[in-house]
Design a protein around this ligand. Sequence first.
Ligand SMILES: Nc1ncnc2c1ncn2[C@@H]1O[C@H](COP(=O)(O)OP(=O)(O)O)[C@@H](O)[C@H]1O
Ligand SMILES: N[C@@H](CCC(=O)OP(=O)(O)O)C(=O)O
Length: 368
Amino acid sequence: MPQTLVVKIGTSSLTHPDTGRLALSNIASLVETLTELREQHNRVVLVSSGAVGIGCRRLNLPERPRTMARKQAIAAVGQGRLMRIYDDLFSNLKQPIAQILLTRRDLMQRSSYVNAYNTFQELFELGVIPIVNENDTVAVDELKFGDNDTLSALVASLVEADWLFLLTDVDRLYSADPRSSPDAQPIVQVSASQLATLQVEAGNKGSQWGTGGMATKLAAARIATSAGVRTVITHGQKPGYLPKVLQGEQIGTQFEPQPQPENARKRWIAYGLVAMGKLYLDDGAVRAICEGGKSLLAAGITQTEGEFQVSDAVQLCDRNGNEIARGLVNYNSSEIQQIQGLRSDQIPKILGYMGTETVIHRDNLVLA
Ligand SMILES: Nc1ncnc2c1ncn2[C@@H]1O[C@H](COP(=O)(O)OP(=O)(O)O)[C@@H](O)[C@H]1O
Ligand SMILES: N[C@@H](CCC(=O)OP(=O)(O)O)C(=O)O
C-alpha cells in the first residue's frame, strides 16, 4: 500500500567528515532509492540539510560560521548549489523535484500552514519529490526551527506521514555517544511510552558539520511519534535500508507512533506555534485540564507572564513552572492579568464588556 515518507538527511551524510567535500556517491544512492520508492507510488518528501556546509566548502571556509548573519549568507550560497546537485541527479532518473524553504513563521499562521499542506498535496499528485530546508536567509533567531531534525518532524506531522527517517552518520541511537563511549549500548526499538522517559546521553553538539547531535533527533522523534508518525534513526550511507525497513526489517532505531495521535489542528497548536507567554494555574485548574479535559477559566489562573494578543499560543504551567499544556487564548495578556483568579461572571464588570466565558477553550488546548 502506498505510504507517505519523510526522509531527513543531515550534513554529516551529505559531506565527507574530514574535508567537508560532497559525498556524491552517497547522495546519488539516496536519489536512486527515493526515486524507486516514488515509482512504487509512495509520497516522498526529502528534508535536506547541507546549505551551510556546502556554502562553507564553496567559499573555502574551514569551519561552520558562528554568527547568525554569516550563517545566513553562507546558506544562501550553499542552497542553490545543493538544489543543483539534486536536480542533476534526479533529472537523470526523470524524477521531478521542487524546492520548499520554510520558516517557523510559515507554520504559525493557520492560513499559511494550510497553504503549505495544500502545496505538498498538489506536489504529491503531480508525482514530484519536494525537497525541504529551513529558509536560513530570512529566519530570525526566535522564529527558527534551529535544526532540520525538528523541521522534518513538523513536516512529517503537516503531511500526515506514515514514516519519518532521520538519516545520519551513525547506524542507530546508542545509550551514549558511541564516538566518546565505545561501550555504549545500541537501542533498537522504542515504544511510545518508553520514549517519554528514555534516558540516553544524546549530546547536543553534533559532528563537525552537523548540528544538534542525537538530542535534536530524539526531540524530533517525540514530535513525530505523537503525531502518529513511525520514526527511524539509521545510517545515511546506506539509503538501501529504507525499503528494507518498510518491509519490516529491524534496522536502525525504530520509534513506535502513539496509538491515538492528536488531530491536525491540535498538532498545529502543539508544534506549529511558538508560545508567546505563560499562564500559571492552581492545582484545581491543572486537574480539570489534565484529567477532566476541561476548558481553562480565569478562576484557575494565578499568574500571567509575557505580552501576547488574542489567539496567540501560550504555555500552561503548574505551580512549579512545569508545562502541562498549550493553547490559544481568547484574551490578551493585560486582560488576563485583570481577570485572573476571578469567576467568569465577574469578567464583564472588570473589562467593561462581555467576552467569552473561557480563557482557553478545550478545542484549542493540547496537553504537553
Ligand atoms: N546517544 C547517541 N547515539 C548515537 N549518536 C550520538 C549519541 N549522542 C551523540 N551522538 C552523535 O550524534 C552525531 C550525529 O549528529 P549530527 O552531527 O547533528 O548529525 P546530522 O548532520 O546527521 O544531523 C553522531 O555522529 C554521534 O557522534
Ligand atoms: N538549514 C541548515 C541545516 C542545519 C542542520 O540542522 O544541519 P544537520 O544537523 O546537519 O541536519 C543547512 O541547510 O545547513
